[in-house]
Write a protein that binds this ligand. Structure first.
Ligand code: EPZ
Length: 417
């Protein structure tokens, strides 16, 4: 497997452009199965998870092609509603096909997505919502089969503002009979992006991006062209890498409004932050001040930036307290950070980070996507050389991360081990 070799100590400097958001592209690509007409999705990042979603659509019968930064889907010949188990296991986000396939075919069969290192990640909110729309659900032998002659609008109140459940239920409700109201809906920008795409296809969705979403069912969706919003988590990761290495980086093609919680915490830590339309610049000239943070659903501090933020805090002056309130096991990167000299102690959902003068390079292993990004940031900060294994996790969510960082002055190369 490949690894990153990083020689730490180089401040990141320069300018780079943010590409399209993985977590918007995945549900939107899944949503294309709801029409028989061609859809052109632009600024789709070239990531492993996107490749898996494209393979799933092909397995279902669609013709899918990439033309530069766009993915063109011809869904006319989709006949199957069975998501292949091996592809399902490769990517949890295959669950996003449940709503669209149920809406189009009145049935869908998926293997129950496994949990992952960040938590059990059940799908009970998804299934309860599908039942509320009239689907019958059969769960056995590790598979979930949803069937319905017709979906009917209903009122759904989510126990927790789940991103995936909100997206799946919006898609299922789009072709249901009557009105569906989803309350306590997730408010992430990727949900509004999905609704904007579906409305371009002829759907009638209001309130997406807020905590109450109203969907008037329609009978037909046509094709559309849509440009994906910028990836706020990739943007936040690069900003944190720049600030953690005491550099100065400007991001273009960004959306500052999607990163208000992070930018506020960067300022609290003493980092200089400036924004102008789609541009964000950070500059850090001195050690960070310790900062407490609690992750929460959008617009709170994003759980996907908790690990990268922790890496940057390992050499802050003082003690920081990080509370992870979205996933129950999202501190797997801590052991690897302590191998690099970080002083972090974890008690259930709380990590206490005592700032140290300097990290030291070591061989470490990524076990999940954002934890892997945290190890890369730590390597950029550390004295000496760091080897990050487990790139299969990082490649799921970061497009050529080494190339992007090298363009900003990082001493990082991808090597085959
Ligand atoms: C989405 O995952 C993102 N993935 C995650 O990003 C992100 O961390 C997460 O939202 C939270 O923002 C994609 O969009 C592809 P949830 P999702 O449903 O939808 C529990 C990354 O790094 N829950 O909002 O799976 C769940 O266990 C990935 O890009 C249930 O209990 O997240 C978790 O504790 C990682 N039952 C909490 O809710 C359910 O039916 C939030 O999960 C569904 C979720």
């Amino acid at each position: 497997m490949d690894a990153f070799e990083i020689r730490g100590g180089q401040p990141l400097r320069g300018e780079t452009r943010v590409y399209g958001a993985k977590n918007a592209a995945l549900p939107i690509l899944a949503a294309t199965v709801m029409t028989e007409e061609t859809c052109v999705i632009e600024d789709v990042p070239d990531l492993e998870d996107v490749k898996v979603m494209m393979d799933i659509l092909r397995t279902l019968g669609a013709k899918v092609e990439r033309v530069e930064d766009a993915v063109i889907v011809h869904p006319k010949d989709i006949r199957s509603a069975n998501v292949p188990p091996d592809l399902m296991r490769r990517m949890r986000s295959s669950i996003f096909l449940m709503g669209p396939l149920l809406a189009r075919f009145g049935e869908v069969r998926v293997s129950k997505p496994g949990g992952c290192v960040i938590g059990q990640r059940p799908i009970d909110y998804h299934l309860r919502g599908m039942r509320a729309l009239g689907a019958s659900i059969e769960e056995k032998h590790g598979f979930v089969r949803c069937t319905s002659h017709r979906l009917f609008g209903n009122e759904i109140i989510l126990d927790f503002p789940s991103v995936g459940a909100t997206e799946n239920l919006i898609m299922a409700a789009t072709l249901a009979d009557g009105e569906t109201v989803i309350e306590n809906a997730a408010r992430e920008p990727e949900i509004l992006d999905l609704a904007n795409f579906l409305n371009k296809c002829g759907a009638n969705i209001e309130g997406a991006g807020d905590d109450t979403v109203r969907i008037q069912g329609v009978h037909h969706l046509h094709g559309a062209t849509h440009r994906i919003i910028p990836d706020r988590i990739v943007a936040g990761t690069i900003l944190l890498a720049a600030a953690a290495t005491r550099g100065k980086v400007t991001l273009t093609g960004a959306e500052p409004a999607h990163l208000t919680a992070l930018l506020s915490k960067l300022r609290e830590g003493g980092v200089r932050v400036s924004t102008d339309h789609d541009i964000i610049t950070v500059e850090c000239l001195k050690p960070w001040r310790a900062v407490d943070v609690r992750t929460s659903p959008y617009p709170g501090f994003p759980t996907d930036l908790q690990a990268p933020f922790m890496a940057a805090l390992t050499t802050a002056v003082g003690t920081s307290v990080i509370r992870e309130s979205v996933f129950e096991a999202r501190f797997k990167h801590v052991n690897e950070l302590t191998r690099m000299g970080a002083d972090v102690s974890v008690d259930l959902q709380t990590a206490v980070v005592r700032g140290v003068a300097q990290l030291s390079g070591a061989s470490v292993e990524a076990t999940d996507l954002r934890g892997g990004a945290a190890l890369v940031i730590a390597g950029l900060m550390a004295d000496g050389t760091t080897r990050v294994e487990g790139l299969q996790h990082i490649d799921r969510g970061y497009q050529q991360l080494d190339v992007y960082l090298r363009d900003l002055g990082a001493a990082i190369v991808r090597v085959s081990s």
